[in-house]
Design a protein around this ligand. Structure first.
Ligand SMILES: [Zn+2]
Length: 295
């Protein structure tokens, strides 16, 4: 494969206008945004949640009927599917909330330690991972534990699903790939090569490659079938905060070093947003909108 620079994108904040202005209900920093079917869910570091109905167009309103607070209790980890929010609370319980009403639907018990990552990839499955490395697959129709996956020696801090494949990244520096369609509790591969925690995972659209981002900024690309490392991407100087995989041979990564890099083929990059002096926390794509969050 050849190395080539792809493109230079520049984004001018001056040319970007908000669709609506979401009020921040509490003054603490925003930890994560998640799109549900018709809602934007905003999780604050304080544990407060705000829910915005995406039909809102109130740019100037102080408050409106489309946004409200959701009281889910102490929680740092959450995900959404449809109009349901799942939270991994610090009391070790997993809770499902109806975003249209704000009511609690289900409480799942089983973890003995606090959740550190949670994923809601389809309407029947939730995956939660705890600070002791334990992974639980939950069956939502029966509201029961489907399977427990053991393996990591330290907290699981990232999860990603592609079809029946589950990837988990840990503070122990490894990534494990599981087949969720199997009855085995063992993983298919252990991806060992990073020297720091693996906080970010991203499958290529066809699921044949997995990108992993570790502390310090290192990114590796793995062959999912064989479990072998295809490439190590050196460039970011701080941890990658978001992957955006929109084609099988191209990866876009944002980093806490305030850069976004695009990697193609055997990897290389072009630097974007070099004028942005704040820390890039996340990039996200929703339909044709590119969202960028900075500190
Ligand atoms: Zn509104």
């Amino acid at each position: 494969m050849s190395f080539q620079c792809i493109e230079d994108m520049s984004i001018s904040p001056a040319n970007m206008f908000p669709q609506a202005k979401l009020q921040v209900f509490r003054s603490s920093a925003i930890r994560k945004l998640s799109f549900a079917e018709r809602y934007l869910v905003v999780g604050h570091v304080s544990g407060d949640f705000a829910v915005l109905d995406l039909i809102c167009r109130h740019n100037d309103a102080e408050t409106c009927e489309h946004q409200r607070a959701l009281q889910v209790g102490p929680c740092w980890y959450f995900d959404c599917y449809g109009d349901v929010l799942v939270t991994g609370n610090t009391d070790c319980k997993i809770r499902l909330w109806d975003l249209s009403t704000g009511s609690l639907q289900v409480t799942l018990t089983g973890h003995t330690r606090k959740p550190h990552a949670i994923l809601f990839p389809n309407p029947t499955t939730i995956i939660s991972a705890a600070e002791n490395g334990e992974l639980i697959l939950w069956d939502i129709p029966s509201r029961e534990r489907r399977r427990t996956l053991a393996g990591h020696n330290d907290a699981v801090v990232s999860l990603k699903v592609h079809n029946n494949l589950l990837a988990s990244g840990s503070r122990d520096g490894t990534v494990r790939i599981y087949d969720m369609g199997s009855t085995s509790t063992e993983c298919r591969h252990v991806l060992d090569g990073h020297t720091s925690y693996v906080g970010l995972l991203g499958f290529s659209p066809n699921g044949t490659l997995l990108a992993t981002g570790a502390g310090g900024g290192e990114i590796k690309i793995w062959d999912v079938d064989s479990g072998s490392c295809r490439a190590t991407c050196v460039g970011h100087t701080k941890v990658a905060t978001q992957f955006f995989n929109h084609s099988n041979d191209r990866l876009i990564s944002s980093s806490a070093d305030s850069t976004i890099r695009t990697w193609e083929g055997q990897l290389v990059l072009s630097l974007i947003l070099s004028e942005l002096l704040t820390t890039l926390m996340a990039i996200t794509l929703y339909e044709d909108l590119l969202g960028i969050r900075t500190t």
